[in-house]
Design a protein around this ligand. Structure first.
Ligand code: ZN
Length: 135
């Protein structure tokens, strides 16, 4: 597996309403999409920086993954996402090699991407997502 680029960096925030203007004012970026991913219990806001995006994540449920992260660690970087070609095959290869995966098969993430997470124990404490644009 060789990632083609960093697709996005996910940042957990308490409030999109507060966080969006920070990115807009400080970096002159504009938020181009806000999307709720009900399954993940998050509301996301996206900014483009070259071909990489910043994904702000606001929890919609304290029991969801971002809700728990905020409770434990507070606001900050939550995950890094690499773009890969052939996500399903990559996961099969990693699984066969004994890499601990959160998702052994791709699932749907924000922006219609197919995504999967690697267990942070495998990546020196950094939760890492792999994603692929569907054909
Ligand atoms: Zn992500």
């Amino acid at each position: 597996m060789k990632p083609t680029h960093i697709e996005h960096i996910g940042i957990a925030v308490k409030s999109l309403e507060t966080a969006i203007p920070v990115y807009e004012k400080l970096f002159g970026l504009s938020c181009y999409a806000i999307e709720e991913v009900a399954e993940q219990k998050v509301k996301t806001a996206f900014f483009k920086v070259g071909q990489t995006k910043i994904e702000l994540l606001e929890s919609t449920d304290p029991e969801g993954p971002i809700g728990k992260f905020l409770e434990k660690k507070g606001e900050g970087v939550h995950h890094i996402a690499f773009a890969v070609d052939g996500l399903a095959e990559t996961l099969t290869e990693m699984d066969a090699a004994g890499v601990k995966l959160v998702d052994k098969t791709p699932r749907k993430g924000a922006e219609g991407l197919n995504i999967a997470f690697i267990h942070p124990k495998e990546t020196i404490g950094v939760l890492t997502e792999l994603c692929e644009k569907p054909e």
